[in-house]
Design a protein around this ligand. Sequence first.
Ligand code: FAD
Ligand code: FES
Ligand code: FES
Length: 1288
Amino acid sequence: MWHLFLDHPLLVRLTGTKYACGRGGCGACTVMVSKHDPVSAKIRHFSITACLVPICSLYGAAVTTVEGIGSINTRLHPVQERIARSHGTQCGFCTPGMVMSMYTLLRNHLQPSEEQLMEALGGNLCRCTGYRPILASGRTFCVESTGCQKKRTGKCCLDLGGNDSSSLSRESDICTDLFVEEEFQPLDPTQELIFPPELLRMAKNPEKQTLTFCGERVTWISPGTLKDLLELKAKHPEAPLILGNTSLGPAMKSQGRVHPILLSPARISELSMVFKTSDGLTIGAGCSLAQVKDILAEQVSELPEEKTQTYRALLKHLKSLAGQQIRNMASLGGHVISRHCYSDLNPILVVGNATLNLISEGTRQIPLNDHFLAGLASADLKPEEILESVYIPHSQKWEFVSAFRQAQCQQNALADVSAGMRVILEEATDTIKELSLSYGGVGESTIGAHKSCQQLIGRPWNEPMLEEACRLLLEEVSLPGWAPGGRVEFKRTLVVSFFFKFYLEVLQELKKLVKVSVSVLGNSCLPLQSVDSHQSLQDPVGRPIMHLSGLKHATGEAIFCDDIPMVDRELFMVLVTSTKAHAKIISIDLSEALELPGVVDVITAEDIPGTNGAEDDKLLAVDEVLCVGQIICAVVAETDVQAKRAIEKIKITYKDLEPIIFTINDAIKHNSFLCPEKKLEQGNIEEAFEKVDQIVEGEVHVGGQEHFYMETQRVIVIPKAEDKELDIYVSTQDPAHVQKTVSSTLNIPINRITCHVKRVGGGFGGKVGRPAVFGAIAAVGAIKTGRPIRLVLDREDDMLITGGRHPLFGKYKVGFMNNGRIKALDIECFINGGCTLDDSEQVTEFLILKLENAYKIRNLRFRGRACMTNLPSNTAFRGFGFPQGTLITESCITAVAAKCGLLPEEVRLEKNMYKTIDKTIYKQAFSPETLIRCWNECLDKSSFHSRRIQVEEFNKKNYWKKKGIAIIPMKFSVGFAATSYHQAAALVHIYTDGSVLVTHGGNELGQGIHTKMLQVASRELKLPMSYMHICETSTATVPNTIATAASIGSDVNGKAVQNACQILLKRLEPIIKKNPGGTWEDWIEAAFEQRISLSATGYFRGYKADMDWEKGEGDPFPYYVYGAACSEVEIDCLTGAHKKIRTDIIMDACCSLNPAIDIGQVEGSFIQGMGLYTTEELKYSPEGVLYSRGPDEYKIPTITDVPEEFNVSLLPSSQTPLTIYSSKGLGESGMFLGSSVFFAITDAVAAACKERDIVEDFIVKSPATPEQVRMACADRFTEMVRNYCLLS
Ligand SMILES: Cc1cc2nc3c(=O)[nH]c(=O)nc-3n(C[C@H](O)[C@H](O)[C@H](O)COP(=O)(O)OP(=O)(O)OC[C@H]3O[C@@H](n4cnc5c(N)ncnc54)[C@H](O)[C@@H]3O)c2cc1C
Ligand code: FES
Ligand code: FES
């Protein structure tokens, strides 16, 4: 099917709308659709995800893309300006989608509420920013902006009382603005695009004729009248009706199903009618879920509460069902008819006794019940029938309806279990007259618990009834072991926990005690260090300068790799990957694929003129495959559609090989390792264990993590006519590595290959090594065919092929005194490296080197190994082992505290943290002064101690909800453990008009490196940034570069830029001295006349770093970044859900080059870390196939996951003489601070366990998903489930 723009973005040259998942799950492709609504006679504007919208469905609609609302060359729209100036964009790949969601909101609500803003952005994912600045920009349009930035008093909002502000009322907490709101242009609705008059005319005189669009494989028929629609349905009973396409579309994609005829009822107004009667509401099947939400909200505001119980329950779920865009597209009819087992609405409609109004030649009604939802023929639509509307009756007095759902995260996630529950009590009694319970997610379709309900009729609504109900429910709603999505015990527990929640709600109603507190999004304040008052106004260093590409991101004008226009004779490449985890390749049959139209060639290992990767890590598989997802060959075709069709026709036969290893445990059993053990030891650990008061042993399991950069891997290789030259445009953190790999693969010298990187849509370590593989395979294709090749991975392929963060299993044994002082710590850990070495050895080394975190423990032994398994190779990921490893150390501290009856924070600081100048386990000297300052500031700013007391008070009063609070220190070492990896170079040209072109070896990944480099150049040349430009990173201008990684990019490249600028300024000095009153242009002109070179290479030889693993000693890191984070959460013990109440972070950035960028890095990495530790879970089939291959199955944090209050501060006045202007690299360190949320959850769970007398087992599992939390908070319901399982 043809989708809006995305199938041909290069042809229409509208590249602002981005493609990042193709399944409606990320919002990168958001555009606004405007339609004339015949019922209200108004224009309706709504956001949609373009990747799911069939282009034919837009007949009569106006589509506005990001290009349509403003541009740098004409006029910026205020939304575009504000998101950029509020620093709400880093890599910029998500930004056009964010802009369009916000823009659409403003077209409908000039001054939206914060709730509306959150709703509008709930369907848009961002992997870089941590969302806080995006919200801050949106809030500037809200009715009452409550952001700190709003306050012109100069005081942080938290100073204004409430919320425990005692410690925040000092002058030092003055909040320096990251942006000045008064400078924003106002929102002027009169300047907006009008609805095209010709479309308005069309809408007012609607075409009644049937429209037919014929495609290659599909015919789209759009009748103009209901009569025609019914006739067409009778003629083509197998043809689906297509409304939102949010159910059909993803199914067609994933199952490759094609419907030759699609019937679109979009123009049939009868399907959008709404009728209100005295006993209920009839809603047209064609109404979108967003419209249904508005209609229900109106009913709720008009009718007495007793009549609107079902409507309220539906509204509750409509707020969290998918994102706004999907709710705008999906129809009520499509939702009901799709009968998804996870449906949020169907269980409520079932218990609410909804009826379906069907129409064909005649009309009839059928109940929306389990039989219908199970697809029983007797209860279903006939082939010629369509659903016209859904009737939902009012509720009555003494009737109570509730809805429940539990998903991996709050919004934009399919529920694990959803439920609708309704009870009618005998008037003025607590006796059950009628009871209906309906569950989603527990079977193949929505299931009702009829028997249980029947047996409970006549029972009073009391404890014995509850007990009996749970017993009955467990028997009746019996989940088979293969229940969709697994998690059987958790789901069973939810079945009864939801009923208990319902029981409590009804009881409270009965007692007239209902009060549910509504949480309102809190505000974040960002105290910044401010620049020295003597610093010249023109000097931009240390100021919150906007990202250089910010405005271009916001307007969609920023060009990413795949936005480059098609090159003459360009071909598309699609990769063919292994479907077996470990097998011998018996044969590859390409014949059928090669015969398909448009297919030009299939590239195999035999086509490689040079080296096919490394012996144990081949670019293209030969003879044997080691994991599902390993690349075997690549199809090259005229279009990507043709290439994708061809890969289905390639027949590969395999013979399974043994062993097949997936887990760390299996690898240990098989002695399957990628490299030798890494070990560090100090003191005498065995002796120390003999002298301690107590010993605890525990285990820590940390799951892997997908990079989920919004821009998937992509490369364009253009062969040139002469001398085997190649131009490569690639999304990478390491173009020199791509260049080198292509050179060895093609067997041509490196000097013939030029790699260009304009910008990268997020990398996070995932674009260090892998792009070279894709670049090399594409280059082989380009050389073989003699034509340019474009290779762009789909999200599914990207997730399948590229690997991610290494999962970890760690065992610890800790010996300590009763006062909490740790005397001996022995940690052994294993990481899952996947099938090839990649970076696994270095990750193991870094993990071991960093394990001690902030603690001085005299007797230590750290050992680590990288396991070889039959999974795609894991690779570099922000933090490089530190976020996984240090979770063991911190878990160990928590265990010691629990054993000693102390608070974890006491065991952390008072008993074990470094306090004076000392040496690490590898004998590197350092001073912990700044670490202690961060810790103390964090305690102070978060009012930790008073909040700890409040948390305890809350926990005493609440059994089913528990709060937890945790503060975590961090000592993070920056850089690579090798001097040669710290070298950097820059090339600065001054042109005769005075303009300056800066080039350096760093790549712009969204981290703002180019902005920082121009800040450096501006200070050094004493010239405004407006004179300067950075075009791209290219191997032709700065050769032999090091990967932009390890948090050190701005440090080392900054030094190189500084060096180049100082060389140039030195050359200019005599001229300036001679003409001190002259302008820059005068001096440059004079320099040119005097034949002074206006171009200079800057070079930085790098920080010294080495490590001797034999001796276990060295100075592997140039410096440390210190920080501390405090988080508070509230968990729901019945469902396992958690709410992030507040996070405070103090980070030591020393003298930040750009505090807005650095805070963005801290926030973004913190939220990414929070994802690692709470929601992001990779799921594999027993055969080693990755299930979680898109945003629907893999949950990165959304805007609703950001802590309600989120405060990030940079530690004032710390210094480090080593680095450029005393700044520090902050790219990775925040990641680990996300664990403060994890430990706050553990703290809350510990409180629940203590109250329930559950003995702690010291087995820690990350992520702390709702399932983990729920099952840890064992209670009578989990007990019931376990007993039931034992008995059944
Ligand atoms: C990213 C994403 C997130 C989602 N999240 C959630 C979630 O959190 N909770 C949840 O419950 N659901 C969720 N969904 C599912 C979503 O609710 C359904 O896909 C949607 O409601 C289907 O409506 P549609 O109009 O798009 O149906 P379409 O895809 O257009 O059609 C679906 C089916 O319905 C039939 N049909 C449609 N209208 C009629 C009619 N009038 N008469 C007869 N047959 C008809 C069609 O023939 C077709 O077979 C999500 C979907 C996506 C893509
Ligand atoms: S690309 Fe359309 S929602 Fe992700
Ligand atoms: S800025 Fe949002 S994904 Fe990069």
